[in-house]
Design a protein around this ligand. Structure first.
Ligand SMILES: Cc1cc2nc3c(=O)[nH]c(=O)nc-3n(C[C@H](O)[C@H](O)[C@H](O)COP(=O)(O)O)c2cc1C
Length: 214
């Protein structure tokens, strides 16, 4: 994967309340706690889609736990994940689009790797609220890891895999009082171009995350 695009500057500015990267650096995520969150039944009771977001940035600890819940390593000996995948393909990359640019989540290192030095949040969807939240997750599938010939089957399998990740994000958000919505309405080809994806990569869905408005 092309992780280094263009002339990435290395300066970054960190605000105490979260991430305000002025330009890109890798982000070492703090270890995710494993004793966080409400009982699963309560989180399921609160799970919902929200489309109104405040502009408060996500603290680094929250970003760390969100990504770990989404698709982090929960069995370090085998690098297995919090979400299942078709034939153990682990083909999904999570791109985190934030004001300071786009990063790729490296689950094994629990780290965000610079991917694109541009704020493309508004291009991750076609609805009015898109671009107003501090974080848009873009789910990218690496088709070469799927070993599936037919395009339809690739989309079917990749979409199922991403659905589990999306629900993990929903449950974390419900538990932590965050707002989020899983999204399929987006310009897949335009966004792939903006992200400079390879031919073998395709976008399945996106998910907006932030604090509720007000
Ligand atoms: C596959 C899928 C695609 C979705 N795409 C969008 C979308 O593009 N925009 C949006 O606002 N909500 C989208 N949603 C969220 C649904 O509209 C939402 O889950 C549904 O209205 C039920 O509401 P709830 O999540 O609050 O239960 C999507 C949900 C799924 C499962």
């Amino acid at each position: 994967m092309t992780e280094h695009l263009g002339d990435l500057s290395v300066a970054a500015i960190w605000a105490p309340d979260g991430i305000r990267a002025q330009s890109q650096l890798p982000i070492d995520l703090p270890p995710a706690r494993t004793d966080f969150g409400m009982p699963i039944g309560q989180a399921l009771r609160l799970r919902r889609s929200s489309r109104e977001f405040g502009d408060r940035v996500l603290p680094l600890q929250v970003l760390s736990e969100l990504l770990w819940c989404a698709y982090g390593v929960n069995r370090p000996a085998t690098a297995d994940r919090t979400a299942p995948s078709w034939r153990h393909a682990r083909e999904t990359d999570i791109l985190a689009a934030m004001p300071g640019g786009v990063w790729r989540y490296d689950a094994v290192a629990h780290r965000l790797v610079p991917f694109l030095d541009a704020d493309i949040r508004a291009q991750t969807g076609i609805q009015d609220f898109v671009g107003t939240a501090p974080l848009d997750l873009v789910y990218v599938s690496n088709s070469e890891l799927l070993g599936v010939e037919s395009r339809d089957e690739r989309y079917r399998v990749a979409s199922a895999d991403v659905g589990f990740i999306g629900q993990n994000v929903y449950l974390y958000c419900a538990s932590e009082g965050l707002a989020c919505v899983f999204r399929g309405s987006l310009d897949h080809e335009g966004l792939a171009r903006a992200l400079r994806l390879r031919e073998t990569q395709f976008i399945t869905f996106a998910q907006t995350v932030g604090y509720p408005k007000g």
